[in-house]
Design a protein around this ligand. Structure first.
Ligand SMILES: Cc1cc2nc3c(=O)[nH]c(=O)nc-3n(C[C@H](O)[C@H](O)[C@H](O)COP(=O)(O)O)c2cc1C
Length: 207
């Protein structure tokens, strides 16, 4: 069964971003995928300490809660990043999580020995769900930080960047439960991601 990994950047396990992620994962499950939600702020790990062990070896020299996710990111058939905007970027803990995947960067671009098998790269897709408090009308660049880091990370871990649902002005909307059309959009995006993951699994090797 294909696996869809959902990375939650919000520290609130039942907040608006979590609700959005759960809807997307429910859509992926409807498509026939196994889903796993990771509450990143609740993990205990250090940021990348630039030991640079991964420049020459296919692993990270730091061992903590994050270590298990290297294998999971390789195994995943699709990845959802769900995050609020904080200080015009993604929350520090989520950014720290993504930074630790420098081990994939050096394998792919330094040694040309990517950790994700070549034939799987085009079959893995990403989905971004992001929420800002401020309106894009007055803060046109409010999602830029989240978009830049997410797209860069998807490239590093060999996930094809896919759909992006950006919900602004949450300070006014307050409770996403009152916006069923947006929740349905998240579910539909998750379902499309799941369907692609299932198709990817059925594709012949090398396809
Ligand atoms: C520490 C912090 C920093 C924030 N910085 C921004 C910001 O720079 N721009 C913005 O539009 N919203 C900002 N927000 C608002 C959040 O993006 C918004 O409240 C979002 O709905 C939080 O999602 P959650 O409740 O699922 O965690 C910030 C919120 C917090 C807690």
């Amino acid at each position: 069964m294909p696996l869809i990994l959902g990375l939650l950047g919000s520290p609130l396990p039942h907040g608006n971003t979590a609700l959005l992620l759960d809807r997307a994962l429910a859509g992926a499950a409807e498509a026939g995928c196994a889903v796993e939600r990771v509450n990143v702020p609740l993990l205990t790990f250090e940021p990348c300490m630039e030991i640079l062990h991964c420049m020459t070896a296919p692993e990270c020299a730091q061992f903590d809660d994050l270590t298990q996710f290297y294998a999971k990111v390789v195994a995943a058939d699709g990845i959802v990043i769900a995050t609020p905007v904080m200080t015009m970027g993604m929350p520090g803990k989520l950014k720290g999580f993504l930074d630790r995947f420098q081990v994939f960067y050096w394998a792919k671009y330094g040694r040309r020995e990517p950790l994700v098998p070549k034939e799987r790269r085009s079959q893995r897709h990403g989905l971004l769900l992001a929420i800002s408090g401020l309106p894009r009308g007055t803060e046109p660049r409010v999602f830029d930080g989240v978009l830049n880091s997410t797209r860069a990370w998807f490239d590093i871990v060999d996930v094809t960047a896919g759909e992006e649902l950006l919900i602004d002005h949450m300070d006014e909307k307050r409770d996403l439960a009152g916006f069923p059309a947006l929740l349905e959009e998240a579910r539909a995006m998750g379902q499309r991601l799941g369907t692609r993951a299932c198709e990817g699994r059925r594709a012949p090797p090398g396809g």
